[in-house]
Design a protein around this ligand. Sequence first.
Ligand SMILES: [Zn+2]
Length: 311
Amino acid sequence: MAKRNFKKRLFGLVAIIALFIVIWQGVTRLVPNTDVTPHPATGENLLVAEFLDVDQADCELIFLPDGKIFLIDAGNRGDGEEIVAYLKGKNISKIDYVVATHPHADHIGGMSDVIDSFEIGKIFVPRVASSDVPTTKTYEDFLTSVQNKGLKLSAAKAGTTLFEGADYKADCFAPCSEDYKELNDYSVVIKLSYGIHSFLFTGDAEILSENEMLNAGYNLNSDVIKLGHHGSHSSSSEEFLKAVSPRYAVISCGEGNDYGHPHDETINTLSNLKGTPKTLRTDLDKTIIFKADGKTENGIIFSTKHDTVVE
Ligand SMILES: [Zn+2]
């Protein structure tokens, strides 16, 4: 009798375990693929914008609140592998939106490595007048990678929205013209808005392009601006910065660079602005990371490699 009870109990136990396994398999099948888990911050409905320290160059990595990935520029050629490793370290396998602001080597240098290494959604570039299209190896490598992936370049047109999600959008403000003397002025300028917070990414757009954006009447007002052309005095006019009225100004430049970036004029213009924005520099602060909740006045915070979150 005792033996039969034991058998019964054993059978019951096996049945429960089997049932548990069946349920567990059902549950795990419902769990989304964690291979593409975005930055932990996006799980809190935050927009995370990282200004990567790529020396005298530009690269901005943005985690959109719905987990999509947005990359603006990819540093110099020598930065490509490092950027790829950084993104892979964040479990990124697909970049949904890429913007190559303009075809200078310090913006598209690492682009071919990036395109070769990830699944890419859309790539936006400025439409450059045929006489100004560069013939550099860097630019050709970029185009080759685009072609090899079977991708198409989308022209970023001023006055259009490049992409949007439920509560964010990327508006294109420049280039406003079709022909410029300076390749810098072809820079794609994007205002990325998330709820009440916004970021203005200006590439290397100079004062000519800034004036065009002012004349076009765009709402330039933004919490964070990445200053044009690495803080050069050829960008960042007082009038433009007044219209942007930023709380934070980010300068992407290399320590002890040959150009003297950021120029004193730019730093002076910033310090004379009403409400003097907090200036952050990749040469001093290294990689700078902003997190925005899109909801509250103080819901935008930053951290740098040198100090943890402040303000
Ligand atoms: Zn540049």
